[in-house]
Every structure is written in C-alpha cells, then in structure tokens.
Ligand binder design. Structure first.
Ligand code: ADP
Ligand code: MN
Ligand code: MN
Ligand code: MN
Ligand code: MN
Length: 335
C-alpha cells in the first residue's frame, strides 16, 4: 500500500513566514526520507541555485486524509545540510540542549480570526457587529461564528496527537483561541506550527480562511496575541524563581530584545489598550492583564507555578519566542 506523506515547512516570506506543503508517496513501512523543494518560489533561494533540503523533525498521523497517511513537519537546510538562514528552529534546539537541566515548559495560547474575504467571519457586509462584550466564551448564533470549524480543527489536532490543552471563543466576533502545551520549547513549537497548518487546512474545506494577523480589524476591536506561559522546574517548585524570572525579563535591554522577536506589527497591538501593556513599558504583576507579564492568582496563592508573557503577537514564530525566553530566563536562573 502506498502511503501519502504531507511534507510541511516554514518558508521565507517577509516579514512573517508562512507554511507550505506538498505530498510525497512512500512505500508501506518506509521512514519519511530527506526531500527537497524549489526555494526560489518560497523566498528561500535564488533561481540559479534554487534547491533547499527538507529534513523531517516531527511525524504525526494525518487526520485530513486519514488511514495510514502522515504529516511530516520539516526543517529547512541548505544543500550542505547546515540550517538555512530562515531555519529558526536550529538555534532553539541548541539553547534547549544547553539548558535541558532546567526542564523548561511552555503553554502557548494561539489567538486567530476567521475571515471571509477581507471581513472577519460574523462582521456584516459593509458594517459592524454589536460592540465587544458578549462574544468571549459566548454561546448562540448571535455571538458565535465558525464553531463547526473550530470543533473540526480540535478533533483534527487531537487525532494527530498534538498536545492541545483547550479552546475558547475570543473577545471579537470570529476570533478564537487554542492552547498548546505545556511541553518543551521544541515540542510546543513544532506542535503549534502543525496546529496552525491544520487550522488553515480544516477551514479551507469550509471556504473560510484563518489568519494570525495581530490586528485583523482596525478600530476598537481586540488584536490577536499568543500569550506564552513559561516555567522551569525551579519555578514549578518555588515562588522566588518566578520573581527572579520576571526581573530577568525586565533587565536592561531585554524588553526591547524580546519585543523585536515577538512578531511583526507588535507596536500596533501593544498600545496599552485592549488588555495589553504598551510595548515600551515593561511591567509584571499578579492577575494583571494590563502588564507585560502576568503571574496568575493561583500561582501567587500556591507560591509556585508559571508566568504568562502576554506580549507575543499571534503571528509570532514560536521557535524565536521560546528560544528567547529560555536564553534570558534560564541563563539568569543558572546564576
Ligand atoms: P488564560 O487564563 O491566560 O486564558 P489559558 O488557559 O488559555 O490561560 O492558557 C494557559 C496555558 O498555560 C495552557 O496552555 C496551559 O497548558 C499552560 N500551562 C499550565 N501550567 C503551566 C506550566 N507550569 N508551565 C508552562 N505552561 C503552563
Ligand atoms: Mn516542479
Ligand atoms: Mn487563554
Ligand atoms: Mn486569549
Ligand atoms: Mn492568556
């Protein structure tokens, strides 16, 4: 029996990379091999030397095709097998290795918006829906748009074995969230990229597109973020390392360094309104949804747990964000 393998990779689109995929037919029992693609069509190579290499990093069942079909998430290499400049995973793999002893966990809250043409799903043609207030975690056809797609996406993620931990309707009509994790930096990031691919692919069958644009509707509508929850073993056991982590994230140039890799267009979302802190002002606090970093109330009560970095945009690259947090916090906690 022939096996259909969908090879998925991250391209070189500027300023925000997007997902690409193509199908390879494998023999039954065959390990998905290294493969290649035309990098000149994905902003990853020049036409005169256009080959790029796909190296499988995570294989799951393919819930779209079913049967023995598989999804094959790949990293992109040059033909000498060194990481391609657009391969942000390689550096995070190194950092994860370096700080493996601290056992970092991440839980990422991916917000996104369904679109029909240039309108969010649920926005009437040529107008606006009722203002925000009733949509978040809502129920009923007047508040909820696209639930059948969301349910199908959830089923697909679970069938693929991805570590999804929940879903909810968001503050703006047509806006939703799913959570991945907790898991290691690479596991959560690989899973998030696959869950994004499954989101686009699932919605495609409903003739709806999904976007991780951080500000899909201009005006008095919430943007879309990717809150990144983080802990190390020490933080899961004690409160003092949680405060030390918050302090490390606020040190010197760290706030600006983090903002720089937290997604394109972040200044338009972190305005200080709509449950955000201004991108130039670092702060942390218990239960504070207007702070850069929130310490959940339960964590303060238990005196152990995790922190929530509320700054990353919905369009962030999880390899860059988790890598940066490990680099900043784990190096500080090591001292
Ligand atoms: P919010 O209240 O901000 O909406 P969510 O429930 O949407 O929070 O997301 C919380 C995320 O934090 C989940 O993905 C969950 O798996 C993750 N999480 C829970 N405990 C930890 C931990 N110790 N370290 C890292 N992430 C965690
Ligand atoms: Mn061809
Ligand atoms: Mn959430
Ligand atoms: Mn949310
Ligand atoms: Mn959150």
């Amino acid at each position: 029996m022939a096996i259909k393998a969908e090879y998925i990779w991250i391209d070189g689109t500027e300023p925000t990379a997007k997902l690409r995929s193509k199908t390879k037919i494998l023999d039954e029992g065959q390990e998905p091999p290294i493969w290649g693609f035309d990098g000149s069509s994905t902003n990853q190579a020049e036409g005169h030397s256009s080959d790029c290499v796909l190296r499988p990093v995570k294989v799951t069942p393919d819930p779209i095709r079913g049967g023995d079909s598989i999804l094959v998430l790949c990293e992109v290499l040059d033909t000498d097998f060194t990481p391609h400049p657009t391969n942000t995973r390689a550096k995070t793999a190194e950092l994860s290795e370096q700080y493996a002893g601290q056992e970092s966990w991440f839980g990422i809250e991916q917000e996104y918006t369904f679109m029909v043409g240039s309108r969010p799903l649920g926005f009437p043609e040529g107008g606006y829906p009722a203002p925000q207030g009733g949509y978040y975690c809502g129920v009923g056809a007047d508040e909820i748009f696209g639930r059948e797609i969301v349910e199908k996406h959830l089923d697909n993620c679970l069938a693929a074995g991805l570590p999804i931990s929940g879903i909810n309707a968001e503050v703006m009509p047509g806006q939703w969230e799913f959570q991945v994790g907790p898991a290691s930096a690479l596991e959560v990031s690989d899973s998030l990229w696959l869950a994004r691919w499954l989101l686009y692919r699932t919605a495609e069958d409903f003739n709806v597109s999904a976007t991780i644009d951080p500000k899909p509707a201009k005006g008095d509508w919430n943007g879309a973020g990717c809150h990144t929850n983080f802990s190390t073993k020490a933080m899961r056991e004690d409160y003092e390392p949680i405060i030390a982590a918050c302090e490390a994230l606020g040190q010197d140039d760290k706030p600006a360094e983090h903002i720089a890799v937290y997604g394109d267009g972040i200044a338009d979302r972190l305005t200080g309104a709509h449950e955000t802190a201004h991108y130039t002002q670092f702060s942390y606090g218990v239960s504070n949804r207007g702070a850069s970093i929130r310490i959940p109330w339960q964590v303060e009560k238990d005196k152990k747990g995790y922190l929530e970095d509320r700054r990353p945009n919905a369009n962030m690259d999880p390899y860059l964000v988790t890598g940066k947090i490990v680099d900043t916090v784990c190096s500080a906690l090591e001292k």
